[in-house]
Design a protein. Structure first.
Length: 295
């Protein structure tokens, strides 16, 4: 078991899953506090890294493509303060962070977790029902229906039709964009047989966002809806075979896989030698690091 406790949050790894709990420090973003604790199965991970800095470092998790509805709905656009897969580490805990990374990487290697995309969500969505007020509307979702209620800041032409109600059967896609520079952000639902290219300000299926503190919370609505839509990988699988263009595998793929398997076997052998006392702790650490560098 590996654990690192910081003001920014607490990460715990028990060999099978990671538990990410946001901290209570005033610098922890409203989005992460509202999202709450996340439990990630080991199979959802593609990698982990630690970056040292002069005053603080940063632990980062990389998830497999398609594993998390939040990452899919936001397109990876969550800024650093709101990214739940980053943890700020104080300089006196660098050793603990490096140990944490080693433990997670070893588990990924020993369990032979692939880094390729998945065709089903492995990370739970934000809990429902939920309701968020930001920008020009309040967006609510109960697990089956989205309701958009306009406020006094909504464009008259958009608000004239009254509150908007969308069932999951109506929705084919959802996306969240943050405000950036002079460009406003949005939460937009693509509705079956009613597509529009209108700006979010005029789109009755979109919430316009202006870059205020609560804007990122709309990403929770996007993630909760995304988790209940067909997984994007399955939509690709439904395309007839004749219409797909599959890239040819690289010539060296088989050789790379053989080398990877050999290194995994070497790691297991080193572990057995260490447990039986043939290798000392120092010898085992040096040998393990050499194998990991080759991978």
């Amino acid at each position: 078991m590996a654990e690192i406790i910081q003001k920014d949050g607490t990460w715990v790894f028990d060999g099978d899953a990671l538990r990410l709990t946001p901290g209570r420090d005033k610098n922890v973003s409203l989005f992460r506090k509202t999202l709450g604790e996340l439990v990630l199965p080991l199979g959802a991970l593609a990698g982990v890294s630690f970056e040292q800095g002069k005053k603080a470092g940063r632990l980062r998790l990389r998830l497999r493509d398609g594993a998390d509805p939040l990452l899919h709905a936001t397109g990876g656009r969550l800024t650093e303060p709101n990214d739940p897969y980053q943890l700020i580490v104080e300089s006196d805990r660098y050793g603990v962070a490096e140990y944490f990374v080693d433990e997670v990487r070893n588990a990924l290697l020993l369990d032979e977790v692939p880094a390729d995309p998945v065709d089903a969500y492995l990370v739970p969505s934000p809990s429902v029902p939920l309701s968020v007020s930001a920008g020009d509307a309040t967006a609510s979702f109960d697990g089956e229906r989205v309701r958009l209620e306009w406020n006094w800041k909504t464009e008259d032409a958009k608000a004239a039709a009254g509150a908007r109600s969308l069932t999951l059967a109506d929705i084919t896609a959802v996306e969240w964009h943050p405000a950036a520079g002079l460009e406003n952000g949005h939460l937009r639902f693509t509705v079956r047989n009613a597509s529009t290219k209108a700006p979010p300000k005029y789109d009755p299926n979109a919430v316009e966002l202006w870059g205020f503190k609560k804007d990122p919370l709309m990403a929770l609505v996007a993630a909760a809806v995304q988790a209940r839509l067909p997984h994007p990988a399955r939509a690709t699988a439904d395309v007839p075979e004749a219409r797909r263009e599959l890239p040819a595998p690289p010539a060296a793929a088989a050789s790379a896989e053989d080398d990877h398997d050999a290194l995994l076997r070497r790691l297991r052998e080193l572990g057995d030698l260490h447990r039986t006392g043939v290798l000392t702790d120092e010898e085992f650490t040096m040998a393990k690091q050499a194998v990991l560098k080759r991978m």
